[in-house]
Design a protein. Structure first.
Length: 291
C-alpha cells in the first residue's frame, strides 16, 4: 500500500512522547515530504542563521511512522527507493562551525539552484548526490534532538544513505516510530563546514521488519555494509565502529575475533561521516566480497 506524509508533520526531537502520524504495515511504501534543515527560513542570501534565528527549530524530521508488529529488540529496515529534490537549496557556514573556526566573521548563506543532475554553486556546476541526513527511530525512554545522532539513528549525516540503499535501525518502542529529514543535494564526508546543500525533498521508501537485532544504525548497498557509531570524540566513535565491524565479520564468517580484526584491517575502510554534530559519527565499510 502507498502512503504519503506532508512536510507539515514534523518533529524536532525523536521521543517516545510523540504519537505516530501514520501507521503502516511491513512492506508498505511511503512518500515522505521532508523540510530542509533550516525550516525553509533561508531562501535568499540576505538571510542567515545569525541574529534571531530559532535554533530550537532546526533539522525537522517528518513523522513519526509506526510499523505494525515492530517491537523492542526488532529492526526496522528502510529501503530508500528515490529522493526527489526541490529546485533550490542553501549552503550555510558560521564562525563557530566545523573544525576550523572563524573562517568567516559572520554567518554566510549561498543559495544553490538545482536543475537535473546538477547544482549551481557560485556558477560552478556540481553533480548532485542526494542523501538523507536525519533518519531514526524513537529512543526508549528519553527525547533526543534531531540535531544529534546515536544508537537510534538521528542526525547521522552519512552520505551512503541514498536511493538504492537500505538502513537498519534498532526498535526501542512499539512500532519503532520512524522519522526522517535533513536531505542534502550533496555533502562531503565530514560535512566540515557545518552544512551540505540543504534542500526540501520527497523521499520514497519501503519499510519492513527484521527480527534480527542491530546494535546501532547499519546501511547496506549492493557492494557493502556500513557499520555506524556515534560518540563524543572521533577516537571513541572509531573504537565503537571498528568493534562493530570485528563482531559483524566474526559472526558472519564464524571466525575468531582476532582473525576478523585482521580482515577488518586489510579489507575494510574507516570513514568519517560527520564531525559537526553534538556527537561525531564514523562508519566502517565492510565489502560484501569478503563475506
Amino acid at each position: 500500500m502507498l502512503h504519503r506524509i506532508g512536510r507539515d508533520k514534523v518533529v524536532y526531537d525523536m521521543s517516545p512522547e510523540h504519537k505516530p502520524v501514520l501507521e503502516v504495515s511491513p512492506g508498505d511504501t511511503v512518500i515522505v515530504e521532508t523540510e530542509d534543515c533550516f525550516c525553509h527560513k533561508i531562501v535568499s542570501e540576505s538571510q542567515t542563521v545569525g541574529g534571531d534565528f530559532d535554533f530550537t527549530h532546526v533539522n525537522p524530521a517528518t513523522g513519526p511512522i509506526a510499523v505494525k508488529g515492530a517491537t523492542p529488540g526488532d529492526t526496522i529496515v528502510v529501503s530508500i527507493e528515490s529522493i526527489e529534490l526541490d529546485d533550490q537549496g542553501v549552503v550555510e557556514t558560521c564562525p563557530a562551525w566545523g573544525p576550523v573556526k572563524n573562517v568567516s566573521k559572520s554567518c554566510v548563506s549561498e543559495i544553490v539552484k538545482i536543475q537535473g543532475n546538477y547544482a549551481s554553486f557560485m556558477g560552478e556546476q556540481i553533480e548532485i548526490k542526494p542523501m538523507i541526513g536525519v533518519i531514526g527511530n524513537s529512543p526508549a525512554d528519553k527525547s533526543i534532538p534531531c540535531t544529534t545522532p546515536g544508537r537510534h539513528g538521528g542526525n547521522l549525516d552519512t552520505r551512503d544513505i541514498v536511493a538504492g540503499s537500505r538502513v537498519f535501525l534498532p526498535v526501542f518502542v512499539k512500532g519503532g516510530n520512524l522519522s526522517l529529514g535533513d536531505v542534502h543535494a550533496r555533502m562531503g564526508d565530514g560535512e566540515v563546514g557545518g552544512s551540505g546543500i540543504e534542500v526540501r525533498a520527497n523521499v520514497k521508501l519501503t519499510v519492513d521488519i527484521d527480527k534480527m537485532p542491530v546494535d546501532s544504525p547499519t546501511v547496506e548497498n549492493e557492494e557493502a555494509f556500513y557499520l555506524l557509531f556515534s560518540a563524543k570524540t572521533l577516537e571513541e566513535a572509531s573504537h565503537g565502529a571498528v568493534k562493530r565491524a570485528i563482531e559483524f565479520i566474526s559472526d558472519w564468517k564464524s571466525i575468531p575475533r582476532e582473525k576478523a580484526y585482521m580482515l577488518t584491517s586489510i579489507c575494510c575502510d574507516l570513514m568519517i561521516s560527520q564531525v559537526v554534530n553534538p556527537l561525531v559519527t564514523v562508519r566502517v565499510r565492510v565489502p560484501k566480497v569478503i563475506l
